[in-house]
Design a protein around this ligand. Structure first.
Ligand code: SLL
Length: 275
């Protein structure tokens, strides 16, 4: 690949969140009938995708995606060209699970080599408990296996840096100062006069916890079909903290046990020396 024009922007790292994975659905007369011409042994329809978080466009940095499917599938290497605002995705049918190689091709301005990630196509829910299995099923018995990822661009070339950052909206303006007499309603819709512009800017910058185009934001809260948010992050952090407490308790217990055994060993050695 020809080297990108321009210098690198030193000391800068830009990351862009994205989501990739598979969604599968068993064939079912009522909810997901098998289209004509699909082989008898196919049990599921499924989709593999790469897309922006909250469905924002990512084609300004990701130009095409190659999906390498199982060799039993006709024409198993598929290239999907980016279409602005649309996910990179393909739809298939089949009977078995396998690993999909997902090769990301970046905007030429980046001078980045393509990179491959691997994702296991899930047709059947898995988990240690029925509850965990059920959590994998969405409406209509869909089995989802989705992953959140961040693409890091380290010291991007200047033209690519421009591409990555131009078009993103400015950060939210600080909330308008409250005048002493006004009782503001919680809906926040009542800005007047001078405050109006500032109020508008806040709304335009980020609405309902959604994310801006060409930004590194992730949503504040979950919405149907959008499980990756600050809310999820907090839940995960809480789980990790709880797990850490458990591990520390186990370590303390193990330490106590070792100490007791060492003490007993010492006693036995002394007894042996006496006798
Ligand atoms: C398995 N090792 O045994 C895996 C292989 C292959 C899946 C899974 C074929 C689809 C088609 C298909 O579903 N292959 O014929 O188009 O589970």
């Amino acid at each position: 690949m020809a080297p990108a024009a321009g210098k690198r922007v030193k000391g800068v790292q830009i990351f862009r969140p994205f989501v990739y994975g598979t969604t599968a659905r068993p064939f079912d007369e009522k909810t997901n009938p098998k289209p004509p011409g699909i082989p008898d042994d196919h049990t599921h329809s499924w989709t593999v995708f790469v897309k922006g978080i909250d469905d924002v466009d990512i084609t300004y940095w990701l130009r095409r995606v190659q999906f390498k499917l199982h060799e039993s599938i006709p024409n198993h290497i598929r290239m999907i060209e980016g279409e602005k605002g649309k996910p990179f995705e393909l739809h298939e049918t089949g009977w078995g699970e396998f690993e999909i190689a997902i090769k990301l091709y970046y905007a030429p301005e980046s001078a980045e080599k393509p990179q491959t990630l691997y994702h296991h196509l899930r047709l059947h829910p898995y988990g240690r408990t029925e509850e965990e299995k059920e959590a994998m099923r969405l409406n209509g018995g869909q089995v989802i296996s989705w992953a959140y990822e961040e693409q890091l661009f380290n010291e991007p070339y200047e033209p690519f840096y421009e591409l990555l950052t131009s078009g993103a909206m400015p950060p939210a303006a600080p909330p308008p100062p409250k005048s002493s007499g006004s009782k503001s309603s919680s809906s926040g819709g009542g800005s007047k006069g001078k405050e109006k512009d500032a109020g508008k800017q806040v709304v335009a910058s980020r609405t309902e916890g959604g994310v801006l185009e060409r930004s590194a934001m992730i949503p504040l809260t979950n919405r149907p079909g959008q499980p990756f948010s600050r809310e999820t992050e907090q839940v995960e952090i809480k789980k990790l903290k709880e797990a850490l407490v458990k591990v520390e308790a186990l370590m303390a217990k193990t330490k106590e046990e070792v100490q007791a055994k060492e003490k007993r060993l010492k006693e036995l050695k002394m007894e042996a020396a006496k006798g």
